[in-house]
Design a protein around this ligand. Structure first.
Ligand SMILES: Nc1ncnc2c1ncn2[C@@H]1O[C@H](COP(=O)(O)OP(=O)(O)OP(=O)(O)O)[C@@H](O)[C@H]1O
Length: 260
């Protein structure tokens, strides 16, 4: 791997809570190269969100080291290295879709004409051309989530952090968004970190799958995908796909992930 975009070395994070310490991340070491699509899968509480939040400098590890674009996460945050997409689209209902996407650009002080140009470009990227003047409640859940991805793309961060962005959507919509996300990734070359609970989603999207296990939150397997980058949805019926899915399932089982 060339210089990794994200490099975690023996990362530890212990939360101090009223019930005692919670070991959210234990000895997590991982390098992620430019343009990779890496999914994090594991049961509730295994530290997937915490890892993403460390990359985003929203949490600070209590041990080990972490660099993002060769900088500390805090410096990378200042440099606006990443866009963050959450499970809930989190759009302001009183702003139009374009207004929501424009918000970070306004905060960052982009000139007005450039704001408009960028909003139009990312609306096009997520196939929402013509919906800029609508309000969030006028759009379906899947469209809202695409708008939230557009917002994360608007300021050209080269890293996209996505925490279960499609978790609340039904399977058909989710399939469609998975296809669109892959196309978007191919077009933009972003480095993507994607949290999911779904084995098929992880296998379909990723160049690499990180399997995690809780108590303490740790990596139990890292699987390189041999699948081609061009992936029609029916690739999920192929032997190669099912083989990776099987290995992910085994990884989850080995971590005693579903014992409780
Ligand atoms: N701010 C916090 N203070 C205390 N404990 C926390 C905090 N944030 C997370 N934790 C704990 O750290 C552990 C890892 O949480 P995290 O949210 O990263 O898991 P996850 O794998 O993303 O789970 P889920 O799939 O449910 O989102 C959990 O035990 C959680 O309760």
């Amino acid at each position: 791997m060339k210089t990794p975009v994200i490099k975690a070395d023996h990362l530890d994070l212990v939360f101090q809570t009223n019930d005692g310490p919670v070991h959210a991340l234990s000895d997590v070491s991982l390098g992620i190269g430019k343009g990779e699509f890496v999914s994090f899968i594991g049961p509730s509480g295994c530290g997937k969100t915490t890892f993403l939040r460390c990359v985003a400098a929203l949490e600070h590890p209590t041990g080990g080291s972490l660099t993002v674009n060769g900088m500390t996460p805090d410096a990378a945050r200042q440099a606006r290295s990443y866009g963050y997409v959450f499970q809930a689209a989190g759009l302001y209902p009183w702003r139009t879709i374009a207004g929501n996407i424009r918000l970070p650009l306004e905060i960052m002080g982009f000139p007005k004409a450039e704001q408009e140009e960028r909003v139009a470009r990312v609306l096009d990227l997520v196939d929402l051309k013509g919906f800029g003047r609508k309000y969030p409640w006028q759009l379906s859940g899947g469209m809202q989530q695409r708008a939230s991805i557009a917002r994360a793309l608007a300021f050209d961060a080269d890293i996209l952090l996505m925490d279960e962005p499609f978790g609340a959507l039904d399977e058909i919509v989710r399939d469609h968004l998975n296809e669109q996300l892959l196309a978007l990734w191919a077009r933009t070359g972003k480095t993507c970190l994607f949290v999911t609970h779904s084995i098929p989603e992880a296998v379909y999207l990723s160049t690499r799958i990180v399997v995690m296990s809780p108590r303490p939150g740790r990596i139990t397997d890292v699987i390189d995908s041999p699948l081609p980058r061009d992936r029609p949805l029916d690739i999920r019926d192929t032997a190669a796909f099912l083989e990776i899915a099987h290995r992910v399932r085994e990884g989850l089982r080995a971590g005693h992930a579903y014992d409780d």
